[in-house]
Design a protein around this ligand. Sequence first.
Ligand SMILES: *[C@@H]1O[C@H](CO)[C@@H](O)[C@H](O)[C@H]1NC(C)=O
Length: 491
Amino acid sequence: MAGQESYAGLGQYPSKYRKLALKSWLRMAAVFLVVLGLGYVGFSSFRPTSKAALAIDPRLESKFCDIPHPGRPLIQYVLMIDAGSTGSRIHVYKFNYCKDHAMLEDEIFLQIKPGLSSFGDDAAGAARSLDGLMEAALKGVPESLHACTPIAVKATAGLRMLGDEKSDRILAAITDRLTKNYRFKLIPKGAVEIMDGKDEGIYAWITVNYLLGTLGSSEHKTAATFDLGGGSTQIVFEPKFEVRDPTKGGPRMEPGEHRYVMAYGGQNYTLYQHSYLGFGLNEARKKIKTLIAQEASDSGKLSVEHPCFPAGFRELVPLNGGKSQVTVMGITKDSATPSSPEACYKEARRILNKDVTCTVQPCSFNGVYQPPLDKTFAENPFYIFSYFYDRTYPLGVRDEFKLADVKALMEKVCKHDTALFASKEQQEEVGAENQYCMDLSFQYALLRDGVGMADDRVVRSTRKIKDAETGWCLGASLAVLDQNRYCKPGY
Ligand SMILES: *[C@@H]1O[C@H](CO)[C@@H](O)[C@H](O)[C@H]1NC(C)=O
C-alpha cells in the first residue's frame, strides 16, 4: 500500500528544535561549500553555474530519495493560506515525489492576527496584511521553484459576514496583490475564495485519510471524520452499500447535496457529507438553555432550574430576540427536579429534533438523510475532532475508546462533584467550566441519538496523526496536486 509509506516517513521527523538546529547547520555548511565550490570553479575557469549552488540547497533535496519517480519533479511546494475569522495562517508544504504520489516531507506555518474580516472597507489593507505571511513563503521556497509553486487563499465563513460586496472586494485585492508581487502560481480554480463548508469537510477527510495511508488503495478502508466546531458540526464518510446484483441496483446512496463524488489517487470515492449548521457546541449550548427558558417564560416564570448546571450557576438567557429574559440556574439540593445525568442528557437530546419529518429515509436527526452507520459504516475507523477532543482528552478519555466511555464520563461529570476525579488537574479542569456536563451530554446525544452510533462503537480522537496536524489545509493542498501538474521534472 503506497499511502502507508508516506505516513511511516512522517513519523521519522526529529523534533522541531532539532530540525531547526539541523537546518541552520546545513545552511552554514551549504554556504561554506558554495564558497568553496565557487572558488574551485573560478580557479578552473569554468563558468559558475547556479547548478552547483542548487544541488546543495537542502530545500531542493529530499530526505528520502535522490531520484524522483519518472516524469515527476523531486520536490513540489504548495502554499495554502487559511483565512479564518480571528487570523490568517500560511502553510508552506514541501512534498517529494520519491513515489508516484506526493509525500509530505516538511511543513512550515506562520500565523498573523487579525483576520481579513477586521479590515472591513479597507480591501487594500486586508491584502497587504498577508505580506507578513508571504515572507514565510519567500524564505521557505527556493527562488528557482517560485514559478511552479501553487498558492491558494481559502477564507472560512467569517469573511462572508461582511456581506458579499466587501468580501468580494477583499478577495479581488488579494488576487491582484498576489499576481503582481509574487511569482507563485495561483491555482486554476478557486484560488482566492470563501470556501464552501462542504469543501472544508471533504478536505479534512482527505487530510486524515492521507495521513492514515488509506487513500489511493482499491481496498477503500477509509476513516470517517466528525468535527465538532463552535457554529456547526460536519460528518464525512464513505458508506459501503452491498450491491448484490448490479443490474437490479440494490441499496445505494440517495441522490442529493450530501453525495460527493471525488477522484483521488486513481480511485473514485462516493462520500456522504453533511454540515449541520447551528449544531456546533456554542450554538447547541444556546439551544439547550433556551428550550427550558422559553418554556419557563411561557408559563410566566422569571427563573428556572436547569438539570445541566451545578448549584450556584446563574445566567440570564435572552428570549424573543432580547425582548424578554429568564434566569437559568443550577439545580439546588432541595430542588423539586433533582439533578441527574439522565435529566441533562434528555434536554440535550431534545434539541436534535428527532421527530422532525424525514423526507428521505433514513434520517440522522433534524430531518437530515444519512446512510445508517451500522449497515454502511460498521468497520472502518471513526475519528472525532475539535470540541469532541477538548472535552474528553483532559479527563483521561483518550486516543481510542468506546462511545460508552463518553457516556460514563458524562454521567460522572453531571454529578457535579469534582471530588469524583482523582487528579488535581482533572478537578480543576471540571471545576473551571460549569458547562462541562451540558457539553458532554450534547456530545453523547449527538453521537448516539444524532448520527446513530452504538455504545460499543470504537472511536478515535486526536489533534495530530503521525505528527502532522489534521484539518482541511493539507487535504486542500493534496487535492490541488492531484488535479494539476506544476513543477516539471528536473525543474
Ligand atoms: C472512476 O470514474 C471514472 C469516470 O466515471 C472512470 O472512467 C474510471 O474508470 C473510474 N475509476 C475506477 C478506479 O473505478
